[in-house]
Design a protein around this ligand. Sequence first.
Ligand SMILES: [Zn+2]
Length: 288
Amino acid sequence: MKNLLTTCRDAEKNGVAVGHFNVSDLTALKGVAAATQELSVPIIIGASEGERKFLGDHQLAALVRSYREDTGLPIFLNADHTHSLEAAVAAANAGFDAIVFDLSALPFEENIRKTKEAIGVLKKINPDILIEGEIGDIGTGSHIHDSIPDLSAGLTSPQQAKKFVDSTGVDILAPAVGNMHGMSASMVHGDVKKRLDLKRIAEIKAATGSLITLHGASGTNDDDLRKAIAAGINIIHINTELRVAWRQSLDKSLAEHQNEVVPYKILPPVVDAIRQVAESRLRLFNNL
Ligand SMILES: [Zn+2]
């Protein structure tokens, strides 16, 4: 099976992007895996520090490996937004394929120095592991925000991106290009869509030649996503849309099964709701 690096570079050649979906539990993993099987495309399963703390590094790695073996599909595992070297080392040791080492809250030079140090340590554990670094401000928290934060001051410049990629040696770059973690209530209703700085994406790609991830893509205008892929985005993160589907379908199923206590009778509609979101996003990312 192709590794994650080759998978991303092949996606780039084919003008498509690899979908990255965060999971917090087996219900979400089952839904995302079902979407992958339906479409036979590569995907990345992501888990942030909070999600990994709930699921367990080794437990999640074993589950994802079992899906990969059962389906024969390129299903990869990423340690999303990891803020300490200790947590990154734990994920590398558990067999994750990639790590987002996120020190974007630190001053730029310190982010460069510590990211470079971490890459040295992590590649010794697994030379094939891909390390993603982050610069700029894309907000925090894949949940429903009361208001839409103004992140315009924290956009990534092409010069900054080039310096960061050249100085650290990251495999993948996560820039701030109009994207944002989480959604507002108006985005959940579909009244408002996130818009991306497409020109900036193209400039960052031209300056770095690096693989580029779009974080916080939930609630983004579909046409912007297509154009962002054409401009150089290689991996697209969806989390909040899955969480909204999880919550809404769970509420509905519980309401429809008032006296039911059997989880496997309550949860199938939740798995299916998550599958539908993941499948529709994968169709868009893969031009299907
Ligand atoms: Zn993210």
